[in-house]
Design a protein around this ligand. Structure first.
Ligand code: BGC
Length: 235
């Protein structure tokens, strides 16, 4: 447990559209604290989210560095767009703000990119799709991704995007059966377009999948969004 570990500790944070999650990882990326989860504030402004994170962080004990998965475009620690949080994040320097709070170095990446780093095997073409409030996408070749792919905002059906058809709002509106049918179609398209050797489906709504997945498709646990945080410090 945390008290017995004397190496470098990484606080991994996953900022989600509905939950703010965190835990501390040892150097091998194994959790050494219990995962904490708080609801994302309804008004998901940087100020409101950071106020919750600040309190949550105090419950995680000591750490040396921080990794963050953010549900939007991130370049050099700065957020550029987060459609499911708040427009106030556009241009907000997340790394700087969290260093201000923690006094530690902070690395930030798109949440799907981080989740992917927690599940891929690093060989050939691998696609990661997260099914949550929004649709996160990350594509890897031999373990390297083009950051901020944002394929969830591409058109899918009748001028609606993947996120508009498969995101949480769409799931609630359409119901499980219709949503599953759509996802099955989407997987068929992704397979044809990307020719990956493996597709990983993560995010909170992956548990709603009720059809038999193709052999090259695997469900992954949502905790990967935190476990992948260790990889941000390997590059
Ligand atoms: C955002 C992505 C994010 C995804 C999952 C989308 O709306 O544009 O950046 O990865 O939601 O949180």
């Amino acid at each position: 447990m945390a008290e017995d570990f004397h190496g470098i500790r990484t606080l991994a944070i996953d900022i989600g559209g509905s939950g703010l999650k965190m835990l501390v990882l040892d150097e091998a990326g194994t959790p050494i604290t219990e995962r904490s989860r708080k609801p994302t504030p309804k008004q998901g402004t940087p100020e409101n989210v950071l106020a919750v994170l600040k309190k949550q962080i105090t419950g995680q004990g000591s750490f040396d560095r921080v990794s963050v998965g953010f549900p939007g475009v991130v370049v050099d620690g700065v957020a550029h767009k987060a459609v499911n949080l708040d427009p106030g994040w556009d241009g907000f320097d997340i790394a700087k703000a969290l260093t201000g709070i923690t006094g530690k170095p902070v690395r930030v990446a798109n949440d799907a990119d981080v989740q992917g780093l927690g599940v891929i095997d690093g060989k050939g073409v691998e696609l990661v799709i997260t099914l949550g409030t929004g649709i996160g996408t990350a594509l890897y070749v031999d373990g390297h991704s083009v950051p901020n792919l944002e394929f969830g905002h591409h058109p899918f059906s009748k001028d609606r995007t993947y996120e508009e058809c498969l995101g949480n709002t769409a799931l609630k509106k359409a119901g499980d059966a219709k949503w599953n049918k759509r996802l099955k179609n989407a997987i068929r398209i992704w397979d044809r377009v990307f020719n990956y050797h493996m597709l990983y489906l993560g995010g909170g709504n992956a548990r709603k999948i009720s059809f038999q997945l193709p052999a090259n498709t695997r469900k992954v646990p949502n905790i990967a969004g935190l476990l992948g945080g260790i990889a941000l410090w390997r590059v």
